[in-house]
Ligand binder design. Structure first.
Ligand code: SPV
Ligand code: MG
Length: 431
């Protein structure tokens, strides 16, 4: 019997999958590969079932002779190990990541023998509905909130992108790239106080109030499924912070990060160029403890941000605070720096990890942006936040266009840099 292989990365079985299995099993003995959870996260969406549950689900289907785990999105191990006569796949090679996978399969089959069989994708109302239901389930507060915790156990480093609107949320949700053997996408989103304020033309001084910040969160929640980390500034008065915690939990936000400053907050990237006051360890610990006390769900995280390096107070002070904040109940530590090099951040991470192996470390490499994710992970960092790049990318592009229209007294010259009208009117999927 010829050997046939297909790979599934789905939580649900619909008529399109059944059609692939039916057609594939006509060609010979069918082995179905099930993509592991960690690869699902990189390539598709967060799985609502574990790898084992998904393997069991496929084992039940008629026409399936064997089920194996596919550990990488690229087919190298599978094709070299199994030597299938046929690899079967739907013909929906829509995005660049899928095209890279198709090229990988074709080149491996050329080398090892075998044929790629492409089955027409099933475009039916039922398939679309099931797909939409799955997305909506992932977007529900109870599902979304706990996902940051789960990610921390599943990926080497949680890649987090700044978002400040529904549109930037969609970019964080959908952007996917294929590079060599790997396919990659963002794991989580950061609602930055700097970008949320700047987008509104306001300074980053806790002037944009919580009602308005929550409105931004809601815009993002409406169109995405990935977990959200909220920049809670100083957390405000402890008596107010406890209400903020409850509201964020209810919305399905996964974590709030509060910084140990007091009085009029200024953006950290000003450093000591402006007057900024660090809170006392005692006060800030009381705020963390009150937040943890107010929290109702098990999975919401309160992350304490240490400003000692920003304010030139050194590693000793940062370490002393880290110890105290964890003791007060912080679920993670964010250490910030405005240095051009990552040295002081990596030194802190090494010192902290020598004492504390488990509390998650969060970093924001805006100024020390040469550091790579793997370097950070090697020093024990768990979450990396790209905190303002989306907004900084948009501003110069919009300003260039505005200048071009003024200079040329028409819009034609700007056109080559713009998204086409057809693309913009079809960018947003309708229900
Ligand atoms: C933000 O993005 O608002 C932050 C990070 O708090 S920073 O701007 O570097 O202070
Ligand atoms: Mg901020």
């Amino acid at each position: 019997m010829p050997k046939v292989y297909t790979c599934f990365c789905t939580d649900i079985i619909h008529e399109g999958h059944l059609n692939i299995i039916r057609e594939a099993s006509k060609l010979g003995d069918l082995t179905v590969g099930v993509l592991t959870d960690t690869e699902m996260i990189r390539y598709n969406r967060f799985p609502t079932k574990t790898t084992e549950e998904r393997m069991d689900m496929i084992r039940q289907l008629p026409g399936v002779a064997d089920v194996i785990e596919q550990k990488q999105i690229m087919y190298d191990d599978v094709i070299r190990g199994l030597h299938p006569d046929y690899v079967v796949h739907g013909d929906n090679w829509g995005d660049s990541a899928l095209q890279a996978i198709r090229a990988n399969i074709i080149s491996l089959l050329k080398e090892n023998g075998g044929e790629l069989v492409e089955i027409p994708y099933t475009h039916s109302a039922d398939v679309q509905k099931l797909d939409r239901q799955m997305r909506e389930k992932l977007a529900m507060p109870e599902y979304r909130r706990g996902r940051l915790h789960k990610l921390l156990d599943m990926v080497p480093i949680v890649k987090t992108l700044e978002v400040h609107s529904g549109l930037t949320g969609l970019i964080a949700e959908k952007t996917i790239v294929a590079k060599g053997e790997a396919v990659s996408q963002f794991d989580a989103m950061w609602i930055s106080s700097l970008c949320d304020s700047t987008e509104k033309g306001k300074p980053d001084i806790e002037l944009v109030d919580m009602t308005s910040r929550f409105r931004t969160i809601d815009d993002v929640l409406e169109v995405t499924t990935k977990p959200i980390i909220f920049d809670g500034d100083t957390g405000g008065l402890t008596e107010h912070f406890v209400y903020t915690v409850r509201s964020l939990e209810r919305m399905g936000v996964s974590a709030v990060i509060i910084e140990d400053k007091t009085g009029l907050k200024k953006n950290s990237l000003f450093g000591t160029e402006v007057e900024q006051t660090q809170d006392t360890i005692e006060n800030f610990c009381a705020k963390i403890a009150a937040g943890k006390q107010a929290q109702l769900s098990d999975d919401f995280m309160i992350i304490a941000r240490i400003e000692s390096l920003i304010l030139g107070k050194g590693q000793q002070d940062a370490m002393e605070r880290a110890r105290a904040y964890v003791k007060a109940g912080a679920d993670g530590i964010m250490i910030h720096s405005r240095s051009k090099t990552p040295d002081e951040i990596l030194d802190f991470c090494d010192a902290f990890r020598a004492e504390d192996k488990t509390t998650p470390i969060v970093v924001v490499p805006s100024t020390y942006n040469t550091v790579t994710e793997s370097e950070l992970a090697a020093h024990g960092v768990n979450i990396v936040i790209y905190a303002n790049q989306m907004l900084r990318a948009a501003f110069p592009a919009m300003e260039r266009t505005a200048k071009s229209i003024l200079e040329n007294q028409r819009a034609k010259e700007a056109d080559s840099e713009l998204m086409s009208i057809k693309d913009i009117i079809t960018l947003i999927d309708e229900l």
